[in-house]
Write a protein that binds this ligand. Structure first.
Ligand SMILES: C[S@@+](CC[C@H](N)C(=O)[O-])C[C@H]1O[C@@H](n2cnc3c(N)ncnc32)[C@H](O)[C@@H]1O
Length: 300
């Protein structure tokens, strides 16, 4: 059986889009403080995905460095390609398992993870590994998104019931509703933490971390807000359509007609295009928002 990859359930583009809104350059100093990070530190980020946080951290801790680790080879390849294309300094990526970190004890000044530990079956084991590879006295942080979507979904269009929107809107709602109900775990937006941050924080105390701190930050992103440039608006709309169609194509290519027939999947594909085209012409007050919590403690 093929090995599970996170990129199969949550495309890199969705992570990149949602994280760009969560890690704003203007907030860098605050977020670094929440993670206990200071310039000059050598930091490990566990579950780094396609390189959404590591470059952001590296820009704030120069002349230090960030090592991003992830199990998903596709994510790591993408993160490396981006770092190379942008000539990023102080960032490197490795493929590895959070349960068996390929580093000696005390190798890093600090260890962090953003939505990388809460998705695991056994976060305690992974956290114990994070503690092991951190030097004594170093900060260890777990940050999780406790609320919010994985990307802008433009569901507002579908809530304009009774209004004239794109052709076939009612049919789109019906078919997509059946699809989401039939494959709840495959629906866009997966990747939410399976462990509440409270539980992770308790684990930190249990593993002997000291001086625990809990901080939060939030964001809201609305593509049709006047501050959003037109090309970014279109990027959001295109991404929502493309990731949905990717899922439909996977079902079509895999001949998975358990929930919708082939004709219905093809129909939904076309309806998604009409919906994207309509939304391109009609500003909507659609938005994505989330709250992230960062738990921080120090290894004795
Ligand atoms: C919700 S994603 C978050 C990715 C990234 N931190 C971000 O916010 O963009 C969870 C990540 O954990 C990674 N992951 C899952 N199990 C892992 C494991 N055992 N070891 C290392 N990484 C793992 C996945 O491949 C995925 O990249």
């Amino acid at each position: 059986m093929a090995r599970f990859r996170w990129s199969d359930i949550q495309p890199a583009e969705v992570l990149e889009e949602s994280r760009a809104a969560r890690f704003k350059p203007a907030w860098r100093e605050t977020l670094l403080a929440y993670l206990g990070l200071r310039p000059g530190m050598h930091v490990l980020e566990v579950g780094c995905g396609p390189g959404t946080l590591a470059p952001y951290l590296a820009a704030g801790i120069a002349p230090g460095s960030v090592t991003g680790l992830d199990l998903d080879e596709d994510f790591v390849a993408r993160a490396r390609a981006k770092a190379e294309a942008e000539s990023l300094q102080g960032v490197r990526y490795v493929v590895g398992d959070a349960y068996a970190l390929p580093f000696a004890d005390g190798s890093f000044d600090a260890v962090t993870s953003y939505t990388g530990i809460g998705v695991l079956q056994d976060p305690r084991r992974a956290l114990a590994e994070m503690v092991r590879v951190c030097r004594p006295g170093g900060p260890i942080s777990l940050a999780e998104a406790v609320a919010g979507l994985g990307g802008i979904t433009f569901d507002g269009i579908d809530q304009l019931e009774g209004q004239e929107t794109y052709p076939g809107a009612e049919r789109y709602r019906t078919l997509r509703g059946r699809l989401r109900a039939g494959y709840p775990s495959a629906a866009p937006g997966v990747g939410s933490a399976s462990w509440p941050v409270r539980a992770l924080w308790a684990l930190m105390a249990d593993l002997g971390l000291k001086a625990l701190e809990l901080n939060a930050w939030g964001h809201v992103a609305a593509p049709d807000d006047r501050r959003t440039p037109p090309e970014e608006r279109m990027k959001h709309r295109e991404l929502e359509h493309v990731t949905f169609v990717q899922w439909l194509d996977e079902l079509l290519n895999g001949k998975d007609f358990r929930v919708l027939s082939r004709d219905e999947l093809l129909e939904l594909r076309e309806l998604s295009r009409l919906r994207r085209d309509w939304s391109a012409e009609h500003p909507l007050w659609d938005w994505e928002g989330s709250l992230s919590l960062a738990a921080l403690g120090y290894k004795l």
